[in-house]
Design a protein around this ligand. Structure first.
Ligand code: SF4
Length: 690
């Protein structure tokens, strides 16, 4: 039988793991999702480091990591511990190790967990292209094992746990040459280190597979889960996961990217501890992590004990690589959707107001005009009755009013299913006026109402979207009813969507059922609805997290031909948010992509300030990826697939990169942003801001 990565793909059953203790805090097993962060002070500045650990503990951060880049940093750990004890702070500490096995050995007596990066614990990264024969490869792995084994033995001896934390950007040259910078490479890199641990009966291990590319991160974690499931389980069950998206950046885009990657995994039941990496003060990571954890925990608790569905059902051909679901291309009154078209963005403006239509239209047009870089591509309006579409004059008048304000987008109309005889007798041609009809159905909707609605849309010459509501368990039956009604009406221009609290699992179930019914190419519209939701994160991170997961998780699986967001009181904001999610899922680039590290004790400049400065100069460069990294030790490796890199390389000095090639070394910090702009211009990627 095929080994899967999750317990169930259609509900929120949590992946079962052993418990790994980090001091008194348990990760995995029956423990709740743990929230953690990392200091960004110079570790040797004991006062600043302890202050920051204290501030993290005060906001209920459950585990704190700090960088230990050298033996000298390791040597201050006892002092940090003493100072924490004086302040009665008991939060467990994790030492973050890259390149320095000797520092790792010193840390073991002073922290509860060690994080090693298998890409650089022993190997040095030179971006070397070289073929390794099998025997050469085996010799290299043996060398790695010899250097790594002493740490494993020491951790086992003193009861310190370990994270084997692979990063997409810092795979060793050896792994890169054999597997490429792929999810497979990330997983193989970690498993080489696991083999050493298991050979020494050391099992207190947590894994991570981080990437700044959300798709890669999701695929790598899934693949690791699948590979671990295929191995003999260690005592107490398989290993827990620390999940995160690395170099996510700052502000809203950083939160959206993190929520997509972390949220998609949590939807699969994967994840035992979360770190949200933002280029901001670490305490600002905690509310985002908490919003993610609370959402997942509630779902897992609700689903625990349920039977789940059958695992041999799969909604996607390969969950370990990205492939967009193949769908039929539709031409919807000027809107090309599905097939090879980009994922479209639609605004749902709700019911058409009975009064003050001009002012209402102007307000939405003004809000949309505020978003110069992204375009709303379709507008959906709600009618109370399907028969309202028979009033062609009213539709034309509405169209004129909207157009007068600049709202020229194709119009879709949503209406309840109708079984009325007068609707069934209507024969209209709406093909020039209406892009599609959205009919919402649930378990109460009769087959006759579905049939009348389908006949109506077919005779009117417009496409029909079935928007399925109700509970998850009923979705398959609703797909059947909708397809049966469509077939009896001869309506073939179909789309599907769902309006259920669990949008991601809902989309998967619809795709699954469509496939079983021989309708696997029907386009899917992804919706996120939360009544009264203003998408405003000033109150809570939850609204952004929910939108990012509900839309972003299926997008990472290749599902979705259009995303529809409610306009609420700020249409421009909704459209902007939809495009940010598309960019976070790596599907539609409409702005510059910033890959910036969260900073740590190695950081050589004020990362938040520098990121803000570079953003102000370059944020109009659509599709250009710029990495801003705090140190030359990890920065070049971690900046993954950035087009340009701005990397701290010494006090007040910056090295600039094109891809992974050094363009200019040791540029003075005050001149570096300007030199970066020149570099982008020389590379032909610059456009002047409009
Ligand atoms: S790239 Fe940034 S977060 Fe990573 S080690 Fe360097 S300074 Fe720290």
């Amino acid at each position: 039988m095929r080994t899967f990565y999750a317990r169930d793909l259609f509900t929120g059953l949590r992946r079962a793991t052993r418990e790994v203790k980090v001091g008194d805090v348990g990760i995995g097993g029956a423990n709740p999702l743990r929230i953690q962060s990392m200091t960004n002070t110079d570790t040797r500045d004991v006062r600043a480091t302890v202050d920051q650990i204290e501030s993290l503990a005060e906001v209920d951060c459950e585990i704190v990591r700090l960088t230990v880049p050298s033996v000298r940093d390791a040597e201050v750990l006892p002092e940090i511990r003493r100072e924490l004890a004086k302040r009665r702070i008991t939060v467990p500490l994790v030492a973050d190790i890259h390149f320095t096995p000797n520092a790792a050995m010193l840390c073991v007596d002073h922290v509860e967990k060690i994080r090693i990066n298998p890409g650089n614990y022993v190997d040095r990264k030179k971006f070397e292209v070289r073929e390794f024969s099998d025997s050469e490869y085996a010799v290299e792995i043996e060398k790695v094992a010899d250097r790594f084994r002493p740490l494993v033995l020491r951790c086992r001896e003193v009861g310190v746990s370990m994270r084997i934390g692979t990063n997409h950007g810092s795979l060793s040259d050896r792994v890169m040459n054999r597997f490429g910078d792929t999810p497979r490479g990330m997983v193989e890199s970690a498993l080489e280190f696991l083999d050493v641990c298991e050979s020494e009966n050391f099992y207190d291990i947590v894994f991570s597979m981080k990437a700044s590319n959300t798709q890669i991160a999701v695929q790598a974690y899934r693949l690791l889960a699948q590979r671990l499931n295929a191995r003999p389980s260690p005592p107490g069950g398989t290993y827990p996961f620390h999940i995160g998206v690395t170099e996510a950046g700052d502000s809203e885009d950083g939160r959206i990217k993190s929520a997509i990657g972390i949220g998609a995994l949590l939807e699969d039941g994967i994840g035992d501890t979360i770190r949200v990496s933002l280029t901001e003060h670490p305490i600002r990571e905690i509310p985002v992590a908490r919003a993610l954890a609370e959402r997942a925990q509630a779902r897992w608790t609700a689903d625990e004990g349920t039977a789940g569905t059958q695992l041999q059902q799969v909604f996607t051909a390969d969950p370990y690589s990205y492939e967009r679901r193949e769908t039929t291309a539709l031409e919807l009154a000027g809107l090309a959707l599905g097939g090879k078209e980009p994922v479209r963005v639609e605004l749902d403006l709700g019911p058409v107001p009975q009064r003050n239509l001009d002012a209402w239209s102007e307000a939405h047009a003004k809000s949309l005009a505020g978003q110069r870089d992204v375009a709303c591509e379709s507008i959906q309006l709600a009618l109370s009755n399907l028969a309202d579409l028979a009033d062609l004059q009213a539709i034309d008048s509405l169209r004129r009013t909207l157009s007068k304000c600049g709202l020229d987008q194709p119009l879709a109309f949503a209406a309840p299913a109708s079984d009325a005889t007068d609707v069934d007798s209507l024969s209209l041609d709406l093909s020039e006026r209406v892009s599609r009809l959205v009919i919402r159905i649930d378990g109460e909707t009769s087959l006759r109402a579905c049939e009348v609605s389908a006949r109506f849309s077919q005779r009117a010459g417009i496409a029909l979207e079935w928007c399925l509501a109700g509970d998850l368990a009923g979705l398959s039956a609703l797909v059947d009813r909708a397809l049966d009604a469509s077939r009896s009406a001869g309506q073939t221009r179909l789309l599907f969507s769902c309006s259920v609290p669990r949008a991601n699992h809902g989309a998967r179930r619809i795709v699954q059922r469509l496939g079983e019914r021989g309708a696997s190419n029907v386009p899917i519209v992804l919706r996120h609805y939360a009544a009264g939701d203003s998408y405003d994160r000033s109150d809570s991170e939850r609204a952004i997290v929910d939108v990012a997961i509900d839309l972003g998780a299926p997008l990472c699986d290749g599902i979705g031909d259009m995303v529809t967001l409610g306009g609420n009181d700020d249409s421009g904001r909704a459209v902007d948010l939809a495009y940010r999610v598309l960019q976070g899922a790596r599907l539609r680039a409409t702005r510059t992509e910033f890959i910036s590290c969260p900073s740590c004790g190695r950081t050589l400049f004020d990362l938040e300030l520098v990121t803000a400065r570079i953003k102000s100069l370059t944020e109009h460069l659509k599709g250009v990826k710029i990495a801003i990294m705090g140190c030359i030790v990890n920065g070049p490796g971690e900046m993954a697939d950035a087009d340009f890199g701005y990397v701290g390389s010494g006090a007040g000095l910056v090295t600039l990169y094109v891809g992974h090639e050094v363009f200019a070394r040791s540029v003075r910090e005050d001149q570096a942003p300007g030199r970066l702009v020149e570099l982008i211009k020389d590379s032909g990627r610059w456009v002047d801001p409009s």
